[in-house]
Design a protein around this ligand. Structure first.
Ligand code: HEM
Length: 519
């Protein structure tokens, strides 16, 4: 998980709009499971354009006056317009999905906030091309948080593949993901079973149950048990992990977040100067000790790979707390919201598919059972397409080259910063029909061809994460645990309803009703 992550505990209460997503309880008896047709013609191909045949155009847009331009753009982005309108209005104004603007935070945190913005599925993938862009120190965008927040080390996510340490550290994360892979399914099952038991009790007592906080605890416990065979509550860390992580992440991502506070307070506190690392020093030390004491085998492997135990531990902590926990914190509420909103017919089909596959596999959730759940898989990809958890991606041009949108070609100069807002690329109407709609069947059958346009992992879903690229190291693990969430939901429930509000980084979701599995 990367550039935009978390919500401080405080902020959960500061959400803006509120909406109820109805999903009616009655089950459709007329629609047999699996009978809904995959949405007609889900595929669209890119318009044919021979390389070099599109009209060259100067990149429209400008950066405004020094200092003032970046602050104006920051205010538009956070307050005057909001993120989506910030981009949409400029696409209209310049009649182009590629243009120049400043990205937050700007002064005084970033020394240069000028970027070329890419907002379509054709230009966006240049950000994955390691021959064209450099990814050094730009994981969070046009600024880099203090390395004091990560033990003095530049963590893997900030390293370019041309740096030797990138390969060493990514190899270590691959080891972490592999060496206890057999524990993932059982640990997920036991952790999320108790999460849903807790939520059911709360729902019975109070008439609703907040998913966010319970999910935070469950996600952290699951990761600690699955990766390190350690139950946080059996250690001195207790249940403090998620709160500490949120504070620590806020210090790193504050400059690119809005917490919904009044502008006159929030802009100077979060976006103008970096919050000092000492605010979280003691807490971070507690997390570090937890990881150091739990990850013996991983640290031994690090030494074999030529990495010091200390550097390895800071990296393992970051991969678990920032990348993995941060990702689950955004993705799981988003999935719950989208699936609840898709309604009872989809729920019935999912329940049928999940329970049928588990039954056929001796009543157990196994990899073989998961392979018999194509609809679950498609639902997960559709959630990752429509709401990619990490929306902002950056890359710096290594040399002069030409990029193409659907309509034009543009020349980019060495050293210029490229930035893509991913939801616009993965909801590009030239690629996806009804791109704004959550279509559960979108990636079934022929629809699988569209997976190359699903980019949540910082690369096409059809490509693999490697030591040479910057694609998410946990790509397959993320798809696995997301499918497991859908499985747990539909083993337990025939249908469920939620309420949700927008939060600093996604949705804050409350369960308002469930119907327990009836077959
Ligand atoms: C929902 C969960 C996750 C999401 C949405 C996510 C997303 C991403 C994205 C977008 C990037 C690229 C950022 C950039 O350079 O612009 C990334 C990189 C990375 N992710 Fe994930 N991630 C998730 C979970 C995980 C997990 C479970 C792990 C491993 C335990 C992981 C480890 C990493 C690492 C190590 C990198 C840097 C890769 C490199 O430098 O080559 N992530 N992730």
């Amino acid at each position: 998980m990367a550039s935009c992550l978390t919500v401080s505990p405080l902020l959960v209460q500061l959400q803006s709009s509120s909406k109820i997503r109805p999903c009616k309880w009655e089950r459709s008896s007329s629609t047999p499971p699996f009978a809904t047709k995959a949405s007609a013609s889900r595929t669209t191909s890119l318009p044919a354009s021979e390389p070099g045949k599109l009209p060259m155009r100067e990149i429209p847009g400008d950066y405004g006056l020094p200092f003032i331009g970046p602050i104006n753009d920051r205010h538009d982005y956070f307050y005057n317009q909001g993120t989506e309108l910030f981009f949409e209005s400029r696409v209209q104004k310049y009649n182009s999905t590629v243009f120049r603007a400043n990205m937050p935070p700007g002064p005084f945190i970033s020394s240069n906030s000028n970027v070329i913005i890419l907002l379509d599925a054709k230009s966006f993938p240049v950000l994955f091309d390691m021959t064209k862009v450099e990814k050094r120190d730009l994981f969070t965008g046009t600024y880099m948080p203090s390395t004091e927040l990560t033990g003095g080390y530049r963590i893997l996510s900030y390293l370019d593949p041309s740096e030797a340490a990138h390969e060493q550290l990514k190899r270590l994360i691959f080891f972490l993901l592999k060496y206890r892979s057999s524990h993932v399914i059982p640990e997920f099952h036991s952790t999320y079973t108790s999460l849903f038991q807790t939520l059911e009790k709360e729902l019975a007592d109070k008439g609703k149950a907040d998913f966010g906080n319970a999910n935070d605890q469950a996600a952290f416990n699951f990761l600690a048990r699955a990766f390190f065979d350690t139950n946080p509550s059996d250690t001195t860390l207790g249940s403090d992990g998620p709160t500490i992580i949120q504070k620590w992440v806020l210090l790193q991502l504050g400059p690119v977040l809005t917490l919904g506070l009044p502008k006159f307070l929030e802009d100077p506190i979060l976006h103008t100067f970096s919050l000092p690392p000492f605010l979280v020093k003691k807490d971070y030390q507690r997390l570090y000790e937890f990881f150091y004491n739990s990850s013996g085998s991983v640290l031994d492997e690090a030494v074999r790979l030529g990495i010091s135990k200390e550097e390895a531990c800071h990296n393992v902590l970051f991969a678990t707390c920032f990348n993995s926990f941060g990702g689950m914190k955004i993705l799981f509420p988003s999935m719950l919201k989208l699936i609840a909103g898709a309604g009872v017919k989809l729920h019935a089909r999912l329940a049928e598919e999940v329970r049928g596959a588990v039954k056929a596999n001796g009543g157990k959730v196994t990899m073989a059972a998961l392979e018999m759940m194509p609809l679950v898989k498609s639902v997960v990809y559709e959630a990752l397409r429509i709401e990619p958890p990490v929306r902002l991606q950056y890359g710096k041009a290594k040399r002069d080259f030409v990029i193409e949108s659907h309509e034009n070609a543009f020349s980019v100069k060495e050293g210029e910063m490229l930035f893509g807002y991913q939801p616009f690329a993965t909801k590009d109407p030239k690629i996806f029909e009804n791109a704004e709609e959550f279509l559960a069947d979108r990636f079934l059958g022929e629809g699988e061809k569209l997976l190359k346009y699903v980019l949540w992992s910082n690369g096409p879903e059809t490509e693999n994460t490697t030591l040479e690229n910057k694609q998410c190291a946990g790509k397959d693990f993320v798809v696995l645990f997301s499918r497991l969430l859908v499985v747990e939901l539909f083993l337990r429930y025939d249908t469920f309803e939620v309420e949700w509000k927008k939060s600093a980084l996604g949705a804050s979701v409350t369960l308002i009703s469930i119907k327990k599995a009836s077959f």
